[in-house]
Design a protein around this ligand. Structure first.
Ligand SMILES: [Zn+2]
Length: 374
C-alpha cells in the first residue's frame, strides 16, 4: 500500500525587505550568533562591503569579508567552508546574484553555521530556497544540493535592487510568471513539490498571488527600475520575484516550464539569455501542453510582450530553429526525472516538440498583428 504524500511547506526563517535594509544587517547578524563572514562577488565587494564594515564597527561585532569566485563549485565551497571554520565564524552572509547566494548556502551547510542571504538583484527565486546548484570549474551544471533547511534570514535592500539593470528584474518576472502555471499543473496532477510532499493551500495561494502581482504591477515596476527609484509597485514585484515565487516553486511544485528551460539550454544561442527569460518561454509552451483557455494564453503573451520577456524563439537568439534542434530540446525536457512529468496530461517528446513550435508560431503571429495595428 502506498501512503499519500503529506501536505508540506518549507520557508526561510525570516524575510526582510526595505530600501537601505543593508544597514540593518549588523544587528540582524548579532541576533543569529555574532562573528560573521561575508562572501560577495566583485561588485558587492566594492559597493556593499565597505558599508557593512562601517556598520559592524559601530556594533563592535567581528566581521570579515571574502571575495567569492563567480561559479558555485565544489572546490569553492570547500575553500570558503575551511575559511569559515578556521576563523571560528558562526554566521555566513552571502551577498550578490544567484550563484554567490548558492555558494553561501552550501558553505554554511558545510561549515555548520547560520546563513543570511542578501540578493543584490531580483532575477530569480533562488534566495529563499533550500536548494543550491553546483557547477563544474568550466561552468557546466553538475548537481543540486538539497539542504536540510532554508536560509535563516533573507534580507532584500530594494534601493540596491533598483540600481541594478532592469533586465534582471524582467528575468525575475519570467521566473515568477511560471510559478503559478507550474503550481496549478501540480495541483491538478496531485504531483509532489520540492519539499517531500504535496502542496498546501498556503503555497498554492502564494503562487497565485505571485502571478496576479506581476501581471498587475510588473510593467510599472520596470519603469521604476529604469528610473532607479523605489515605488510601491516596485516593492511588490521584488517581493513577488523573490519571496512569493520562492515559496511557490519550492512548496507548490515545478512542472513543464522549468523542464523546457532545461531543454532550451542545449541550444548554444540561448546561453546569452537569463534563466527567467528561458523559463518564460517554457511557460508559453506549458500553456499549449496543458490546453489552456485562449483567454489565459493571450493574457500571458500580452504580459510578456509588455514586460519585454521573449515570446518567440528568435527573441532567445534562436532565429531559424530546425525541427531536429527543437526535437533535441523536447527530448532533453523529457529526460527521466524531469518535473515535466508533474503535468496532468500525458507527456511525450513529440507532444512537447509540437507545443514548442506552437508557442513560437503563436508569438510570431501576435507580433505580426501588433505591428500591423500600429
Ligand atoms: Zn526558476
Amino acid at each position: 500500500m502506498r501512503l499519500p504524500l503529506p501536505r508540506t511547506a518549507i520557508f526561510p526563517g525570516r524575510y526582510l525587505q526595505a530600501p537601505d535594509a543593508t544597514d540593518l544587517l549588523p544587528d540582524l547578524a548579532a541576533g543569529l550568533g555574532g562573528k560573521t563572514m561575508a562572501f560577495a562577488g566583485g561588485t558587492a565587494m566594492r559597493e556593499i562591503i565597505p558599508r557593512l564594515e562601517r556598520g559592524f564597527a559601530r556594533t563592535g561585532a567581528a566581521f570579515q569579508a571574502e571575495q567569492a569566485n563567480a561559479e558555485c563549485t565544489d572546490h569553492e565551497i570547500d575553500r570558503l567552508a575551511s575559511r569559515v571554520r578556521d576563523a571560528g565564524c558562526e554566521v555566513v552572509m552571502a551577498i550578490g546574484g544567484g550563484k554567490a547566494l548558492d555558494t553561501g548556502k552550501a558553505v554554511a551547510y558545510a561549515a555548520g553555521t547560520r546563513v543570511i542571504i542578501v540578493p543584490t538583484i531580483a532575477s530569480t527565486d533562488a534566495p529563499c530556497s533550500a536548494v543550491a546548484v553546483v557547477y563544474t570549474e568550466e561552468g557546466m551544471f553538475k548537481r543540486y544540493i538539497s539542504l536540510p533547511r532554508n536560509p535563516d534570514l533573507v534580507v532584500v535592500d530594494t534601493a540596491v535592487i533598483a540600481r541594478a539593470p532592469v533586465r534582471f528584474l524582467i528575468a525575475g518576472m519570467g521566473d515568477a510568471l511560471s510559478t503559478w502555471i507550474e503550481a496549478d499543473a501540480c495541483r491538478q496532477a496531485c504531483a509532489p513539490n520540492l519539499a517531500g510532499g504535496v502542496s498546501t493551500l498556503a503555497a498554492y495561494a502564494l503562487a497565485r498571488l505571485c502571478y496576479d502581482t506581476i501581471l498587475e504591477f510588473g510593467v510599472a515596476a520596470c519603469v521604476a527600475c529604469r528610473e532607479k527609484i523605489v515605488t510601491p509597485a516596485f516593492e511588490r514585484v521584488v517581493e513577488a520575484n523573490t519571496l512569493l515565487s520562492g515559496l511557490g516553486f519550492e512548496s507548490a511544485g515545478l512542472s513543464s516550464a522549468h523542464s523546457v528551460h532545461n531543454g532550451l539550454t542545449v541550444l548554444p544561442e540561448t546561453h546569452a539569455y537569463y534563466h527567467g527569460e528561458k523559463v518564460a518561454f517554457g511557460s508559453l509552451t506549458a500553456l499549449f501542453l496543458a490546453d489552456r483557455s485562449r483567454a489565459l494564453i493571450d493574457e500571458v503573451y500580452a504580459f510578456c510582450e509588455s514586460a519585454g520577456l521573449p515570446t518567440t524563439l528568435s527573441q532567445l537568439g534562436v532565429s531559424s530553429p530546425t525541427d531536429d534542434e527543437l526535437r533535441k530540446v523536447a527530448s532533453v525536457a523529457c529526460v527521466e526525472g524531469e518535473t515535466i512529468y508533474n503535468e496532468p496530461s500525458a507527456i511525450t517528446p513529440e507532444r512537447v516538440f509540437h507545443c514548442l513550435r506552437m508557442a513560437d508560431a503563436y508569438g510570431r503571429e501576435r507580433l505580426r498583428s501588433i505591428s500591423k495595428s500600429v
